[in-house]
Design a protein around this ligand. Structure first.
Ligand SMILES: *[C@@H]1O[C@H](CO)[C@@H](O)[C@H](O)[C@H]1NC(C)=O
Ligand SMILES: *[C@@H]1O[C@H](CO)[C@@H](O)[C@H](O)[C@H]1NC(C)=O
Ligand SMILES: *[C@@H]1O[C@H](CO)[C@@H](O)[C@H](O)[C@H]1NC(C)=O
Ligand SMILES: *[C@@H]1O[C@H](CO)[C@@H](O)[C@H](O)[C@H]1NC(C)=O
Ligand SMILES: CC(=O)N[C@H]1CO[C@H](CO)[C@@H](O)[C@@H]1O
Length: 268
């Protein structure tokens, strides 16, 4: 077994139209206002602040999408958000929650909800961009169920992450690829599309300088780095295996056409 250190948790809680679904556990969100940790980074005339600043609505129409990002960059932490994704016919529309570093050879981890025609299921795509060395493990939860685990695999030459990252969320037109491989286009007569976000508290190891070393953020003084988070507990491990078996419809490691042998972690 490779050694494993939990480095980043990312938790998403989807909330129902009436906003009544409680996060619970670690997903429960204090009523922290958007302005405390985040700022608008794209399309400010397509962003609406709601509920005394504790909820934000991103909108997209044929002139622009919109997005927000954290004021700080982080080297480790526990990150979560509650999202109400666009309803009805949302084909082509991508609602993304992710972390990304700046500059070349960047690190990134993505959750992208790919919209669909009314009555057809949303697809959730996760993705990881990695460069550099380190012993880092990641788990991702939706509605408290882990759906992506990315371990430290520096033993095969894949380490992650190595750069401070900014938390971002965006609503954008992805109809060139997002739905049916790009064949189903965004239907603009249903616009504006809207996605709502809550839960703007952040527990992370702040890194002031872009591109600086994040080794200090691996310290056990941060509770998300302590041994109890080094692997999934048996219940969550089971949930994770079930999710993979029943719901995963695409795995890059199994995609021969894309020559995944070039991903070292797929060879183990
Ligand atoms: C954008 O949408 C508006 C309102 O629906 C419409 O009047 C306009 O023609 C559209 N513009 C383009 C470039 O499609
Ligand atoms: C879906 O469409 C119905 C009918 O137009 C509307 O009442 C409802 O608010 C829409 N739901 C969402 C989530 O946009
Ligand atoms: C686009 O949406 C409108 C309004 O809901 C609907 O009448 C129309 O059939 C849709 N177009 C396509 C191509 O689905
Ligand atoms: C697949 O990737 C490996 C490693 O990068 C490379 O050596 C090989 O030529 C590639 N094969 C194809 C069919 O592209
Ligand atoms: C930061 C960290 O703990 N990195 C570790 C990643 O895994 C390799 C191989 O197990 C270790 O040597 C690193 O120390």
């Amino acid at each position: 077994m490779m050694s494993s250190l939990i480095f980043v948790f990312l938790l998403i809680i989807l909330f129902a139209t009436d906003g009544a679904v409680a996060g619970g556990g670690e997903g429960g969100s204090r009523k922290v206002s958007f302005d405390e940790n985040y700022k608008v980074i794209w399309g400010d005339n397509h962003v609406v602040s709601l509920n005394q600043g504790t909820e934000l609505q991103l909108t997209m129409d044929n002139s622009s999408g919109s997005g927000f990002g954290s004021k700080m960059n982080y080297g480790s932490g526990f990150f979560h958000i509650r999202i109400k994704i666009p309803g009805n016919d949302s084909a082509g529309v991508v609602t993304a929650y992710y972390m990304t570093s700046q500059g070349e050879r960047h690190d990134e981890l993505d959750f992208e909800f790919l919209g669909n025609k009314e009555g057809k299921p949303y697809i959730l795509q996760t993705n990881v961009f990695a460069d550099g060395e380190g012993n880092r493990e990641q788990r991702f939860f939706v509605d408290n169920i882990p759906i992506r685990v990315f371990k430290n695999m520096s033993n095969v030459g894949v380490s992650y992450p190595t750069k401070p990252m900014q938390v971002q969320a965006t609503l954008w037109d992805g109809d060139s690829w997002a739905t049916d491989g790009g064949k189903t286009k965004t239907n603009w007569s249903n616009s504006p599309f809207k996605a709502n976000f809550q839960g703007f508290d952040v527990k992370g190891c702040e890194v002031l300088q872009e591109g600086s070393d994040i080794q200090n953020c691996a310290s056990h003084k941060y509770h998300w780095n302590t041994p109890r988070f080094w692997q999934l507990d048996p219940v969550r491990e089971r949930q994770y295996q079930i999710v993979k078996r029943r719901y995963m419809i695409y795995d890059y490691c199994a995609d021969r056409e894309r020559n995944s042998t070039s991903h070292l972690e797929c060879q183990k």
